[in-house]
Design a protein around this ligand. Structure first.
Ligand code: MTE
Ligand code: MO
Length: 260
């Protein structure tokens, strides 16, 4: 596994970083042209160029889209896994009321904390994608997900300079522990990272995370938090619950970066 890339937060972070890397490499090459005759000069220029190409390739591979499928390829049923029901009375009342009062908080290292209703989220630009979900337990399912891109919501909240990761908080507990997850800014700003409120054209069923769940399509199933209540921008997750960035990472040595 290669070390996770840290992109600076901000508008379409990864693209800024790509531009910055290209600029740096150009600078290094330019400076070296003065001493281009010397072996040292040529070696440095070559190394800078190679470093640039390598970084670019890794970043480009992180930004690549997950495969999308046709409607005909959707699984007839999309099973629920982990928490499939929340017994909590407040949650059950919210479910019965169609989540009219449900709020998604956006907080932490942001200039403008947000409290978004389901209507707020539905009124943003929507993305629909048909993707395959892969669970480490050995099953997959293809589903059609709809919701706003996380990048649009983060841009509305205006990430601060020190924000390196996004933490997702959930309404459920599993064996007494709060479910949560986190990603870096490359996955946060990936075009297929959406806050889904629909599965196969219907509001999310309870078993699949009603009313909101993340879809982070370049990662394994446990990285897609269901029953989403809050999105937090943080500098590090050292002080967040078990400190390893996710429920299963804290308990079972699951990889924090579960890229597929
Ligand atoms: N809040 C919450 N999110 C969760 C889980 C969970 O138990 N609670 N399970 C994870 C796992 S391991 C998988 S495979 C998927 C399952 O999503 P599904 O129930 O829609 O199939 O949700 C993930 N997100
Ligand atoms: Mo899973």
């Amino acid at each position: 596994m290669s070390a996770p890339i840290k992109a600076k937060p901000g508008m379409k972070a990864a693209f800024n970083r790509r531009t910055a890397l290209a600029g740096l490499a150009a600078l290094a090459t330019g400076a070296c042209s003065k001493i281009a005759e010397s072996d040292t000069g040529r070696a440095v220029a070559k190394a800078a160029e190679g470093w640039h190409r390598g970084a670019h390739r890794t970043l480009a591979s992180r930004q690549a889209l997950a495969r999308e499928f046709t409607r005909a390829e959707r699984s007839p049923t999309f099973k629920g896994n982990g928490t499939v029901r929340i017994a909590d009375e407040a949650y059950q009342a919210a479910l019965e009321g169609g989540f009219t009062d449900w709020k998604l908080e956006v907080r932490g290292l942001v200039d403008t904390p947000l409290s978004l209703s389901m209507d707020d989220l539905r009124s943003l630009k929507q993305r629909t994608q048909i993707t395959r979900h892969d669970c480490v337990e050995g099953w997959s399912a293809i589903g059609e997900w709809t919701g706003p891109q996380l990048s649009d919501v983060l841009d509305m909240a205006k990430l601060q300079e020190g924000a390196n990761f996004i933490v997702f908080r959930c309404a459920d507990t599993l064996s007494g522990g709060e479910y949560y997850e986190s990603v870096d800014m490359i996955d946060a700003y990936h075009p297929q990272t959406i806050i889904a409120h629909m599965l196969n054209g219907e509001p999310l069923p309870q078993k699949n995370g009603a009313p909101l769940r993340m879809r982070i399509e370049r990662q394994l199933g446990y990285k897609h938090p269901k029953y989403l209540t809050a999105i937090e921008a943080v500098a590090s997750f050292d002080d967040v619950l078990g400190g390893k960035g996710g429920y299963w990472e804290d308990r079972a040595d699951y990889q924090w970066y579960a890229g597929i």
